[in-house]
Design a protein around this ligand. Structure first.
Ligand code: ADP
Ligand code: ZN
Length: 433
């Protein structure tokens, strides 16, 4: 069993909660003194920093939402002078205008500590060649993983995204043993490696994937395709970047770095806290961040948190894979549809997760189409066989989603592959507003 920081990662809960409380009090005091929006909100709610006496008082504090970050763009929520900020990142803007966050040197050291915990947990260390195919730049993925990978003493290969042929020759020639990228790009690399006849010729043995939702089914595809163990990592720019939570060898949820963050689960409608175990929106409070502390940041990610003991010995709670964001959720003819449900159905029926969801509106009625790629092996199927396949997928979708999509089978490799986060949904309904 490997730990980067056994003392912290296996801290008895009681001690951990004491540490959280003292760090929470410092954080609340700091944001109250340094960040006007926090002070205004807390004053309006009639709560002062000294009112936070126990961890349960956290739920009395106002929430922070993405709009607050946009309204104070670019630096309005920074809690230190810019002279102390050594790096900026911005959200990749999957949903709307980007937001900017900053880090002090101490913040960066803490971040790399969290990445080092993840790498060590899954047996990646100084003997490894870590191929980082997350984007380097304002996106937190590349640099986030990079410094942690250096911290454990691995040989880091900062490939960044793009040029898949070059990625494959680097994987082969440099002998990369660990891969870090989005799960959709890992799928694409597996597929490209297969087409290039490289199956079984790579030295990869583990991968750390995140930054977008992926299913257990997709994990199995990646593991089989690249011959590796695939681990999940979670994070978001507003809270820090990748490494807020990390998977251990058990592969049963991601341990939240609870000495650095408190995670709450709330009902997104009523905004009331839910007990751990129930499904709801994840809300994070940072405990150590200097440049960009966040108090009760609503992620819009839907998941579950479990405080059951983990066989790995870590005492940190575990969060499930987020099933998608509340804002990824499509409402089609009044029915809630998550792309992750569609992915699960497809993989269970033996398809690769190469699909695209197209939602439009005709005569005031939502139309819902899913394009699904057939495999090379089905290329010569008869029309009857293909029609049977379409029917089979349609029926499976109807039973899981409660709404019937139009299924269109498309040629192998005709759906655009992504080097970063996959774009699964094309929603054209706003064009008719
Ligand atoms: P943007 O908000 O522009 O996409 P981020 O890179 O900050 O930029 O994205 C963070 C989001 O990515 C999270 O809120 C979550 O929805 C998603 N995400 C990150 N890691 C994972 C993961 N391991 N599983 C599922 N979703 C993830
Ligand atoms: Zn564990």
């Amino acid at each position: 069993m490997k730990f980067w920081n056994r003392e912290k990662e296996t801290m008895p809960r009681e001690e951990l909660e004491k540490l959280q409380l003292s760090r929470l009090r410092e954080t609340v005091k700091r944001v109250y003194e340094k960040v006007p929006i926090y002070r205004e909100r807390m004053d309006a709610a009639g709560i002062r920093p000294e009112d936070v006496r126990s961890l349960s008082d956290l739920s009395r504090l106002p929430f922070t939402v993405k709009k607050d970050l946009r309204d104070t763009y670019p630096y309005g929520m920074f809690a230190v002078p810019m002279t102390d900020v050594v790096r900026l990142h911005a959200s990749s803007g999957t949903t709307g205008k980007p937001i900017v966050v900053g880090y002090t040197q101490k913040d960066l050291d803490d971040w790399s500590e969290m990445i080092a915990r993840q790498l060590t947990a899954v047996g990646i260390g100084k003997d490894d060649f870590i191929h980082v195919a997350f984007g380097y730049g304002l996106f937190t993925g590349g640099f986030g993983i990079h410094t942690g990978a250096e911290k454990v003493g691995a040989t880091v290969i900062p490939v960044s995204t793009g040029n898949t042929a070059r990625q494959l020759s680097i994987l082969t020639d440099f002998g990369s043993t660990a891969l870090c990228c989005t799960p959709s790009y890992a799928m694409y690399l597996a597929e490209s490696a297969k087409n290039a006849g490289l199956t079984g010729k790579l030295s990869l043995r583990a991968g750390i994937f995140g930054a977008e939702p992926w299913t257990e089914e997709m994990r199995r595809e990646i593991e089989a395709g690249l011959g590796i163990k695939a681990y999940d990592i979670y994070g978001l720019t507003e809270v820090m970047g990748p490494g807020v939570s990390y998977e251990c060898p058990e592969q049963k949820g991601m341990h939240v770095n609870e000495d650095y963050f408190i995670v709450e689960v709330i009902d997104p409608e009523t905004e009331q806290p839910l007990p751990y175990g129930e499904k709801g929106e994840l809300v994070f409070t940072s405990l150590c961040k200097e440049a960009f502390p966040v108090v009760r940041y609503r992620t819009r990610d839907i998941g579950r948190v479990s405080c059951e003991k983990c066989a790995c010995g870590r005492t940190f709670v575990r969060m499930s894979k987020p099933m998608g964001r509340t804002d990824d959720m499509l409402i089609i003819r009044g029915v809630n549809v998550f792309p992750s449900q569609i992915e699960t159905v497809l993989i269970n029926l033996g398809y690769k997760p190469n699909y695209q969801i197209i939602v439009d509106r005709k005569n005031n009625l939502d139309t819902f189409e899913i394009k699904v790629e057939i495999g090379e092996e089905n290329f010569d199927d008869t029309v009857t066989a293909l029609v049977r396949k379409e029917k089979e997928i349609t029926a499976a979708m109807q039973s899981i989603l409660g709404i019937q999509p139009k299924i269109t089978l498309v040629n192998p490799r005709s759906i655009e592959r992504s080097e970063g986060k996959a774009k699964r949904v094309v929603d054209l309904r706003h064009l008719h507003d």
